[in-house]
Design a protein around this ligand. Structure first.
Ligand SMILES: Nc1ccn([C@@H]2O[C@H](COP(=O)(O)O)[C@@H](O)[C@H]2O)c(=O)n1
Ligand SMILES: C[C@@]1(CO)OP(=O)(O)OP(=O)(O)OC[C@H]1O
Length: 168
């Protein structure tokens, strides 16, 4: 019997850069530096995309949205999340819940968590209580502790109707 629930996990990291906005979970966070990347470098959304794609066995964000493609230069990464949700929906999958951790020595993201949950719930087509976002420092250890960048990891559960017809 084929199970109709799956889990996926994702991880991403981007370095800080001057003159960039800091966007996490689709929310702009006031800070003196943002993150460098081909897109808007929203590391939280990227980890979430990899978790969604991983759960459905659909490889990873770079395979779907390559950083060699000019159409994604400076892209709003919430668009990638919506596109992943659509890809999964085509296979009958919908999101159950997600749990995300932002790993950052700075800035404090806790004040922005309610807004991130709201934004992500809209993108994932779930209620806000299915979206958990939390943050931790590395207690000043390592590259993140030296404030060189921010990492994020995400875990998702997806589910589909037991009657869904699949070929694989
Ligand atoms: N970038 C961050 C990191 C942490 N927080 C909040 O601070 C709490 C304590 O963090 P520790 O690394 O010392 O465990 C944590 O629970 C978060 O609520 C934050 O807002 N932003
Ligand atoms: C999102 C993409 C595409 O713009 O670029 P980056 O912003 O550099 O982010 P990364 O985490 O390296 O993921 C994959 C890329 O294809």
């Amino acid at each position: 019997m084929k199970l109709n629930i799956r889990v996926g996990q994702g991880y991403d990291v981007h370095p800080f850069a001057d003159g960039r906005k800091l966007i996490l979970g689709g929310v702009e966070i006031p800070h003196e530096r943002g993150l460098a990347g081909h897109s808007d470098a929203d590391v939280l959304c990227h980890a979430l995309c990899d978790a969604l794609l991983g759960a459905a066995g659909l490889h990873d964000i770079g395979a779907h949205f390559p950083d060699t493609d000019e159409q994604y230069k400076g892209a709003d990464s919430t668009r990638f999340v919506s596109l992943c949700v659509n890809l999964l929906a085509q296979l009958g999958w919908s999101v159950g819940n997600v749990d995300v951790t932002v790993i950052a020595q700075e800035p404090k993201v806790a004040p922005f968590v309610p807004l991130m949950r709201q934004r992500l719930a809209e993108l994932l087509l779930v209620d806000e209580d299915e979206v958990n976002v939390k943050a931790t420092t590395t207690e000043r250890l390592g590259s993140i502790g030296r404030r060189e960048g921010i990492a994020a990891q995400a875990v998702v559960l997806i589910a589909r109707d037991p009657g869904h017809q699949t070929t694989g």
